[in-house]
Design a protein around this ligand. Structure first.
Ligand code: ASP
Ligand code: MG
Length: 420
């Protein structure tokens, strides 16, 4: 059996869904579990919707209508007008409809997960129906009944024991007769509420299913030919890796390579499951394989984390920043589940950079304000260069406003002002 993961770009329109189906058809006989993301940029749109609802903003309806219209367009291109999928999709959207009719009462992260999860629920329904339509026998699985998590909404922690027990119970038998299609990114609590696993979490979902099922491999189908030493959409003359070690992939994911979610590698590595990254437009190509073999990386690896915020914290009485101050700042960060991507200490300040997350960032400032003074820069980017050379460093920083720079033996990091 195999586990396939199809991200947003691979289901972004009707033609993409048709292309996905052709890939599934090639492997359907082997026993296939298919994990799908929300279509195109739907998660971003649903994020916008959830914040519009929380803030009772006037574009709430407009955003929602756009999301529905986008999916409707895909449906009409894939199905006849009397196909039951139209009602299934409508019924899934009704969940949001009911929610947004009332004023928001629950916690923001809870609301976020209930709304944002609709993207995967809808896309997986559409993919299942389309596969069945072209006679690939397929079944829709609700991932929330398998991936069991705590109730740390927006970044839920998976209970592996419970999850694996559920996955092993009935999925292997079902896989013998049909393709199973489920959602990435989603989990469920013991009280049957929906959680999400963190942005870009669908890769992680695929890894969880694969490790519980002892699958020999996971394939992530992408709009690029494999893993490159830099984002081929941002830099030219880039090199594709044929192979990478789990360790190198973990480092790349940690520094923000968007090709793989950071939590994905560990469960695969523990069970020695191969991870293939392949192009969905050329499914016959070998792509990149990530495995236990050591990789010799001969080229520098450039990773850009966009949308960063740089925060400097000062003691209110202008005293030195002590360990006590640091532990207070870290307590606030941990409480809000904010991960720090880079830190720097000086006598009078503690500076850190994190991903900018609407809602969380405002909460961070509010808590810092009680005990500290602070300054911050929005719209910054963190460039990490592994196995760097001085000439490349110079080239990448030329003409840029550098806010922070850190060099170690193998890794250079530059925090720069984003160019608009
Ligand atoms: N749809 C989710 C996101 O965009 C999860 C994923 O695609 O991996 O973050
Ligand atoms: Mg992704």
């Amino acid at each position: 059996m195999q586990v396939f993961k199809f991200g947003g770009a691979s289901v972004k329109d009707a033609a993409a869904v048709q292309n996905l189906a052709q890939i599934v058809k090639l492997y359907a006989e082997d026993g296939l579990l298919v994990v799908v993301s929300a279509m195109g940029k739907t998660t971003n749109a649903l994020e916008k919707l959830s914040f519009a609802y929380i803030n009772q903003s006037k574009d709430l309806r407009v955003v929602f209508t756009e999301i529905k219209a986008y999916h409707h367009q895909i449906l009409i291109e894939l199905f006849d007008a009397d196909h039951p999928i139209f009602d299934e999709v409508e019924n899934t959207f009704v969940e949001i409809e009911w929610m947004i009719e009332e004023e928001p009462q629950d916690g923001q992260d809870f609301i976020y997960d209930q709304i944002v999860s609709i993207g995967e629920l809808v896309s997986s329904r559409i993919v299942t129906s389309y596969l069945n339509k072209i006679n690939i026998k397929s079944k829709w699985l609700d991932a929330r009944g398998y991936i069991q998590t705590d109730n740390n909404y927006r970044e839920a922690l998976v209970d592996f024991d419970k999850t694996c027990a559920l996955i092993r119970q009935d999925i292997p038998i079902m896989l013998q007769t049909e393709v199973l299609v489920t959602q990435g990114f989603l989990g469920g609590t013991s009280e049957n509420f929906t959680t999400t696993l963190g942005r870009e979490g669908s890769d992680y979902s695929a890894a969880i299913f694969a490790s519980c099922l002892n699958a020999p491999s996971v394939t992530i189908w992408k709009d690029v030919a494999g893993v490159y030493n830099a984002d081929p959409k941002r830099y030219q003359n880039m090199v594709k890796f044929d192979q990478l070690s789990y360790a190198e992939a973990v480092e790349m994911a940690y520094y923000g390579a968007s090709i793989i979610h950071p939590k994905t590698i560990r469960p695969l590595q523990n069970a020695n499951i191969l991870l293939f990254v392949k192009p969905f437009l050329n499914p016959g190509e070998s792509g990149t394989v990530i495995n236990a073999e050591e990789s010799v990386v001969k080229v520098p690896v450039i990773i850009v984390k966009p949308n960063q915020v740089l925060v400097s914290v000062f003691a209110k009485d202008h005293s030195f920043v002590s360990e006590k101050h640091l532990s207070e700042v870290y307590k606030i960060l941990a409480g809000l589940h904010i991960k720090v991507n880079l830190i720097q200490n000086s006598a009078l300040s503690f500076t850190f950079c994190t991903d900018y997350q609407t809602g969380k960032f405002e909460a961070l400032l509010q808590q810092l304000k009680l005990d500290f003074n602070y300054k911050y820069n929005l719209e910054t980017e963190l460039i990490t260069i592994r196995h760097y050379e001085p000439a490349l460093l110079q080239e990448l920083s030329a003409g840029k406003t550098i806010l922070l720079e850190q060099l170690s033996r193998s890794t250079a990091q530059l925090l720069i002002k984003a160019e608009s």
